[in-house]
Design a protein around this ligand. Structure first.
Ligand code: ADP
Ligand code: MG
Length: 448
């Protein structure tokens, strides 16, 4: 390994501490792409891959970052955020021809610069039984957009590689000179509402309708937003009618896309529908082997099999486990052994609770929010408790429980209260990535 510059070394060590302090999805979403830039006096400058991430970190995690860095340097050190300008781990790309593409400023709302993770390529995607069709379809689409499967609809549970494949298609299509845009459903919604507010809908339409390839992630969050659905529907029709490629990803099959407009839902299934399943043991090993090439310490084969045996099944979680073990070994100077991995992830932490049992979900949520499970079924209505209760309702709903049942389980509340809670959570997920990451984490073992 090369000797890292002091700023980078300090930040990496701080990241090691943060990784064990914040929920894994939060770490992956916000901290993973950051880098230590320079260290002067008592200020460490950290670059984020986008203005959005920089702002979020500044707002939500400044104190934690400062404390972590201070702990590493041993003297009071502040953290200042900047936005990466050169190609970092993520490559900022604005490829759609945007009228009046003036220099971007961090505060600009529309359009957000497009971000493709450089790590998410077809080459780095490990193919196994669980994802063969999705991979083959993505490769075909990347090879000749608009010609093979249009639209391509990818679905599968959280952390199984949907976003990875969308980015991979994006990279390849860009390299071939196509006009590409990758957006999450949330970005699409934000851009659309901003366009309406700023009376720039024509520009919005032009931006999308001039594309060769449109990649839309997490389409399940389009549910319920009527105006946005309509906008997406028209965009979709225009592109599809002109043989431009559309690829969408969702965390559930089309039929389960709840309140999504029926016309839209059926169109999404016109082309090819490919699902991603949980990877089998061999695939998990292959993924970790690939991952270990980037690890800060050597990881012996038996540790890889040990980690792959953890039935955590979702790949993001598997990678998180792996990162935790290697980061801790790295920072404590301990070699990675099966013992060490076991101590870091005691089997009790790895066991999955019975997904069918609602009380497991309720207990889990209560623990996460630091309240007693019984409190969630009790009368308290202060903010912290209400929020935890709403989250529990949402997760139970995701598990397929009916609103009446959920209300009964949580202290005999009526179905209107449950419906209200579900709505609140949906809304918040649309606007708050960190919150969504939290829900991802809470729902993970339950979706197996
Ligand atoms: P999703 O969008 O389905 O929630 P992601 O695409 O974000 O999942 O994948 C989660 C993590 O797992 C990413 O780091 C991704 O690179 C990795 N990953 C998923 N599937 C594979 C695979 N088949 N090969 C290699 N890495 C994978
Ligand atoms: Mg995703």
């Amino acid at each position: 390994m090369t000797l890292a510059a002091p700023a980078q070394r300090v930040w990496e060590a701080a990241l090691g501490r943060l990784q064990v302090q914040v929920p894994r999805p939060t770490y992956d979403t916000w901290l993973r792409g950051t880098e230590g830039q320079s260290l002067a006096e008592n200020i460490l400058i950290v670059s984020a891959p986008s203005p959005f991430v920089a702002e979020w970190l500044q707002r939500r995690m400044h104190g934690l970052m400062r404390d972590a860095v201070t702990a590493v340097t041993g003297r009071h050190t502040n953290v200042s955020l900047s936005v990466a300008t050169e190609a970092g781990p993520e490559v900022p790309l604005a490829v759609a021809p945007v009228p009046s593409a003036s220099p971007r400023t961090p505060r600009e709302v529309s359009p957000a610069p497009m971000m493709l993770n450089a790590r998410y390529t077809l080459d780095s995607f490990v193919v196994g039984k669980s994802n063969r069709l999705a991979f083959a379809a993505a490769s075909a689409v990347a090879e000749s957009p608009g010609r093979s499967y249009n639209p391509l609809f990818l679905h599968g549970a959280v952390g199984l590689g949907k976003t990875h494949l969308l980015h991979a298609i994006g990279h390849q299509a860009l390299a071939a000179g196509h006009r590409v845009r990758y957006v999450t459903c949330e970005q699409f919604t934000n851009e659309f509402t901003a366009a309406i507010r700023e009376r720039r809908t024509a520009e919005f339409q032009a931006r999308y309708r001039s594309l060769d390839v449109l990649l839309v992630d997490d389409i399940q969050f389009l549910c319920g937003k009527d105006g946005t659905q309509e906008a997406f529907f028209h965009t979709f029709n225009t592109l599809h009618g002109a043989d431009r490629q559309v690829v969408v990803a969702a965390d559930r099959p089309g039929a389960a896309l709840g309140p999504l407009d029926e016309r839209l839902r059926s169109r999404l299934e016109w082309g090819l529908v490919a699902d991603l399943q949980r990877p089998d043991f061999e695939t998990r090993v292959a993924i970790l082997e690939r991952h270990s090439a980037l690890a800060p310490v050597p990881v012996p084969a038996e540790v890889i099999s040990y980690l792959a045996e953890a039935e955590s099944s979702c790949i993001r979680q598997l990678e998180g486990l792996f990162n935790r073990v290697t980061a801790l070994a790295h920072f404590s100077g301990t070699p990675v052994t099966v013992e060490f991995a076991r101590e870091t992830n005691p089997p009790s932490e790895r066991r999955q609770p019975d997904p069918a049992d609602p009380s497991t979900t309720i207990t889990k949520v209560a623990t996460y929010f630091g309240v007693a499970a019984a409190t969630l079924a009790g009368p308290r209505r202060d903010r912290a408790v209400s929020q935890a209760r709403q989250v529990a309702m949402f997760l139970l709903r995701q598990q397929g429980l009916r609103a009446e049942r959920i209300g009964t389980l949580l202290g005999g509340r009526d179905r209107t209260t449950v419906a209200y809670a579900l709505d609140r959570i949906q809304q918040r997920m649309l606007n708050d990535d960190a919150f969504r990451a939290t829900l991802d984490e809470l729902s993970q073992p339950l979706s197996s």
